[in-house]
Design a binder for this molecule. Sequence first.
Ligand SMILES: NC(=O)c1ccc[n+]([C@@H]2O[C@H](COP(=O)([O-])OP(=O)(O)OC[C@H]3O[C@@H](n4cnc5c(N)ncnc54)[C@H](OP(=O)(O)O)[C@@H]3O)[C@@H](O)[C@H]2O)c1
Length: 408
Amino acid sequence: MSETFAVGLLGHGTVGSAFRELVEGRAEQIERTTGLRPEISGVLTRSRGDFEDILARSDLIAELMGGIEPAREYVLRAMEAGKHVVTANKQLLSQHGEELYEAARTHGVQLRFEASVAGVVPAIRVIHETLAGAHVERVHGIVNGTTNFILTEMTRTGASYGDALAEAQRLGYAEADPSEDVNGKDAAAKMTILARLAFDVPVRLDDVPYEGIENITSEDIEYAKEFGLSLKLIGSAERIGEGISVQVYPAFLYEGHPLASVNGSFNAVTIESPAITEITLSGPGAGGSQTASAVLGDVVSAMIPPTSLPAPAQPLPVVADRESAFYIHLEVADRPGVLAQVAEVLGLQGVSIRSVVQKGLGEDARLSMVMHPVLESKFRAAVKLIGGLDFVRSKPRALHVVDEEFAE
Ligand SMILES: NC(=O)c1ccc[n+]([C@@H]2O[C@H](COP(=O)([O-])OP(=O)(O)OC[C@H]3O[C@@H](n4cnc5c(N)ncnc54)[C@H](OP(=O)(O)O)[C@@H]3O)[C@@H](O)[C@H]2O)c1
């Protein structure tokens, strides 16, 4: 009889049930490559299973419950008992990563979490293992499929934000309560995990400012189309001087940027390093069977010789103010001298204009402007002053612009 590798399954929802099916379907193939046959040793949900009993009968625990507690407690307990752990839980890793990595090191077990970021896109493996020899300078990601679907839908059909969100909910791309997706928090948790691995320093979710897509309007999308730009919710993690900056914000991307053409619910991650220039990975960012496939990939890796964990490290300072290009959209009274006054306020803050588009709307006009890269604090100060000018009709809207062209 062949030797088995017992997997205790915590959670039997969208991902857990797909994972169980996949294990059953792929067991023979995995046995041929590893010499071990994976088997589900027990399933825990709110209404069935006993954790300690499942743990005692497992070589590895697959945590597919989500949330912080009791997932954290179970994962720590499993590692303490000498069991490997695979998890898809971004909240847990972004808030308690250091504690969990330390526990895995102490107990000499593997902790794998590919499915916690960008579903089946192997961003974790590539950053942590494939690129272990490269000095990663920057990671840009579209790491939330719901928001990418909504922005794509707004671009494709001209729908408003509300209508595109309703469509995403109807098709199952957005939850009934989509707040953590649309406000950027989900993407911030994922960027926390990627930044930890890319820079090999502890990064806390609290260090990651995030902004979502709730205030994006059809006009912003129109502007993007007119100028051949794409509007995406971008997670950025970069080294700046002796520090790091990790943020999430909606941004315009120029055509040719590897993330500009990532549409629908797909996720993608671009990793930049002098040694490799850049690589981009893209694919489905969620879904039961897709995520389950990433989880099973981690289980198979844990069945064969161990790999390294993120090393203990000192934090780097978090850079609160960084340079970026920006777009600003203004509704103003259509009278002489308006543009000159806006330009003057920007100029006084050291913000220089790259392009301006003005459109008349009867008595009012709409100004859409893109700035050259400038410190964010200076730009925000200028926007505040502009918002107070008497000819400005509504609150100015400002967005980041990823001001780079990539060679094809
Ligand atoms: N869905 C995706 O596409 C996707 C993609 C990437 C990552 N993930 C991550 O994968 C994990 C699971 O997501 P999911 O969509 O499969 O969630 P789900 O459909 O809500 O399923 C959660 C499962 O965990 C069980 N559970 C929750 N709290 C529990 C507790 N306190 N004790 C015991 N069992 C408990 C639930 O039990 P009951 O059945 O009794 O309620 C259910 O079976 C999450 O960390 C999520 O962030 C999901």
